[in-house]
Design a protein around this ligand. Structure first.
Ligand code: PMP
Length: 429
């Protein structure tokens, strides 16, 4: 049954609706819950899927990589060949363009921005020399990307997400400023909207003319194989477009196995072409002698091809899907038709993005927290932690159990209703 928009209710109907939401909320508050939906962490059940990595014996793994090099020793700055090939297949690029690295793609992104700031890229001045240096922030987005930009003093210019990716008309205008040095993109199952950029958007990002010759796009493929359903989103290959437009130096792609095997204890990779790749390799030659090749070899003992990874991702999806469905079913049942919230139904990734009435997200977050439900800090999906509309709430359903998620979604919906009713009834909150 679709409910009526709450703005069409009479005062008495609205008051009754409010009382009901409050009663539901108070009941949960009295019961006392402790549920954390703040971060996109894999659940223990998902981590258990990779315990076979821990069970591998020396004879299962060996000590030599595909080229016969001893992985226990220094050397092989770009990673072992089979791991580079695996990421190459996953990310649609030749193995030669891949550096298989340590356990974190975030670390690779941070280091890359740091390098551009202190040493410059493409023969241009270090970004830090430009007092007006700026970065495009696609919103809502990933708080840790924004944190890196903020840390390096890159002033962020927000560009809204659309169902086909960031608003490209806006971006094409903004990049006319030579102080705009780049942007982070999560092109598949974006964090938090779960949007996959359309081929047109990917092509425009590769084709656009930027005033800054050293404009860089950090193409964060964090959710590249993280499909929840059989019907998957397909992401166009940005490097093919980049080749067409001669902009291969613009792109730095990263990925990791953090949500394939162990979070923070897997393998990450960075992909680049031409001079950009040369610059990264040169910098790395000062930064590290070689990454943890033993962990790379361990991963490659279990995963020989993307087909093996996809089989693993199906197992993740079987655990994650009921969780997303539990939250989405309740959001639909409780909120559809009321016209007080919108939300996405992603086909992959780790998040559901909920948009409530302007000016009420922080209050919803406060109500949830007072009930024992921890959400991602409201505002965190925007630069500097400030959502100008105070409307977006990121839901991370991966870690709690299905039962906990049902409770969490009910609490969240009652909080959304309370906030909307109080604003219509003129109740000071
Ligand atoms: N990028 C995005 C978009 C993410 O959501 C996350 C994890 N939440 C990361 C990067 C972190 O990746 P890693 O574990 O490889 O550092």
């Amino acid at each position: 049954m679709t409910m009526k928009s709450i703005s069409s209710l009479s005062i008495d109907e609205l008051q009754a609706f409010y009382n009901e939401a409050k009663q539901q909320y108070d009941a949960y508050r009295q019961k006392g819950v402790s549920i954390n939906m703040a971060r996109g962490k894999p659940s223990p059940q998902q981590l258990d899927l990779s315990n076979n990595l821990l069970d591998l014996k020396r004879e299962d793994i060996g000590i030599k990589d595909a080229d016969g090099n001893d992985v226990r020793n220094y050397g092989g700055l770009c990673g072992i060949p089979e791991c580079r090939a695996l990421f190459g297949e996953m990310m649609g690029v030749p193995a030669d363009n891949v550096i298989a690295a340590g356990s974190s793609s975030l670390n690779l992104m941070y280091d890359y921005i740091s390098q551009c700031c202190t040493h410059g890229t493409g023969g241009c001045d270090p970004w830090i020399f430009d007092n007006h240096r700026k970065f495009i922030a696609i919103v809502p987005g990933y708080d840790r990307h924004f944190a890196i930009a903020e840390y390096f003093g890159l002033q962020m210019i927000s560009v809204p997400m659309t169902p086909t990716g960031p608003d490209m008309d806006r971006i094409e205008e903004i990049v006319k400023d030579p102080s705009v040095k780049g942007m982070f993109c999560v092109p598949k199952y974006s964090n938090p909207d779960g949007i996959t950029y359309s081929p047109e958007t990917v092509e425009r990002i590769a084709a656009m003319r930027t005033a800054a010759p050293d404009f860089r796009v950090i193409w964060d493929e964090a959710y590249i194989v993280h499909d929840l359903y059989d019907e998957k989103d397909e992401l166009a290959n940005v490097f093919e477009f980049a080749e067409k437009y001669g902009t291969q130096n613009r792109f730095i792609a990263v990925a990791s196995t953090s949500k394939i095997t162990f979070a923070g204890a897997g393998v990450s990779a960075i992909v680049a072409f031409g001079d950009t790749l040369k610059e990264i390799k040169k910098r790395l030659s000062w930064q590290i002698i070689s990454y943890d090749k033993m962990n790379q070899l361990r991963h490659c003992a279990l995963y020989h091809s993307v087909a093996d990874i996809q089989a693993q991702m199906k197992k993740h999806a079987e655990i994650l899907r009921p969780k997303f469905d539990a939250v989405l079913d309740i959001l639909h049942a409780e909120l559809d038709g009321l016209e007080i919230a919108t939300f996405n139904s992603p086909r992959g990734g780790y998040f559901i993005s909920l948009n409530v009435n302007t000016g009420s997200a922080k209050y919803v977050g406060k109500l949830c927290s007072e009930c024992g439900l921890t959400l991602t800090d409201v505002g965190a999906t925007y630069p500097y932690g400030v959502d100008p509309n105070d409307a977006n709430i990121r839901i991370a359903p991966s870690c709690p159990s299905v039962e906990e998620l049902k409770t969490a979604a009910q609490i969240l919906c009652s909080a959304v209703k309370i906030a909307a009713c109080e604003s219509l009834l003129g109740i000071q909150s």
